[in-house]
Ligand binder design. Structure first.
Ligand SMILES: Cc1cc2nc3c(=O)[nH]c(=O)nc-3n(C[C@H](O)[C@H](O)[C@H](O)COP(=O)(O)O)c2cc1C
Length: 155
């Protein structure tokens, strides 16, 4: 399949089979992710692979479901069940103060560029779907509070 076809036919999947993901396939998608370009080649990404059912359920609870950042009102997140169902979840974390920084100082008035670099890595990862026969769903979560994330990292 041509890259352009893989790009145009990719979809966010919300129902998963429990079929385990092989280490080979996992290595392939992580390799694609870490080959992404990054600010000054800083590669601020760190990936945590979660297969544990209870931890996946905890992560599902941290999916962004607020109506607004400054509101406590919530809405259901359509991807929560998919996260619990999928045989594994890859949590993309960023080491802060690397992307967008030179010698410890922010190089631009935009601060940390980690979101940009992480998005590129995730895009690489997702577009391996055709080669690995895996399906993916990108989700935005805030799992810091369950202590699954290393210190000085954001997920
Ligand atoms: C950064 C990001 C965060 C997302 N977060 C969620 C999410 O929390 N829940 C969800 O159901 N979908 C989430 N999505 C998936 C989008 O809703 C989906 O990509 C969009 O509706 C287009 O559908 P498609 O991916 O099938 O083309 C997210 C996508 C991105 C890029």
């Amino acid at each position: 399949m041509e890259v352009i076809e893989a790009i145009q036919t990719r979809r966010s999947i919300r129902r998963f089979k429990a079929t385990p993901v092989s280490d080979d396939a996992l290595r392939q998608v992580l390799e694609a992710a870490r080959s992404a370009p990054s600010w000054s080649n800083t590669q601020c990404w760190r990936f945590i692979v979660v297969r544990d059912t209870q931890l996946k359920a905890k992560l599902a609870d941290t999916l962004i479901g607020r109506l607004a950042a400054d509101s406590s009102e919530t809405r259901p997140n359509g991807a929560a069940e998919a996260l619990k169902q999928a045989p594994l979840t890859i949590v993309a974390c960023a080491q802060l103060g690397k992307s967008g920084y030179f010698q410890g100082k922010a190089s631009t008035n935009k601060g940390d560029w980690y979101m940009f670099d992480i998005a590129l890595a995730m895009q690489n990862l997702v577009y391996n779907w055709e080669k690995t026969s895996l399906n993916f769903h990108l989700m935005f979560a805030a799992p810091n509070q369950n202590q699954a994330i290393p210190e000085n990292h954001l997920a």
